[in-house]
Design a protein. Sequence first.
Length: 138
Amino acid sequence: MGFTLHPQLAADTFVVGDLPLCRVLLMNNRHFPWLILVPMREAKRELFDLSTEDYPLAMSEVRSVSEQFCTLTSADKINVAALGNMVPQLHIHIIARYTRDAAWPSPVWNAPVTAEPYPQTLREQWLEKLSAALISGA
């Protein structure tokens, strides 16, 4: 059986590209630069559900993407989380945070602002920049 992205993730994000294990997604919320990595394996909910071969690869991709994303965004802090309370498919959030952002220092889920979609031009610029930095060099 092939990899299928959960419908909620597909509705909330744009595809940046694929790494060897994870699909990289951009969350459609211009208030927070926010990536999501989804291991392209079926029926995985928890990090420990990954095979012994896939787990270190997932962690390596999280580390690499986090580091490059921090550089690209000049973030004050990078938040990394694998919650899965709302979407059962294993996915890892990588969120660029700033001491001046709308939710600081709380989690973005508690932000006092409503998610605002990226305008098309900005979305296209971000996707191109992210793909060149994160996918092309993979």
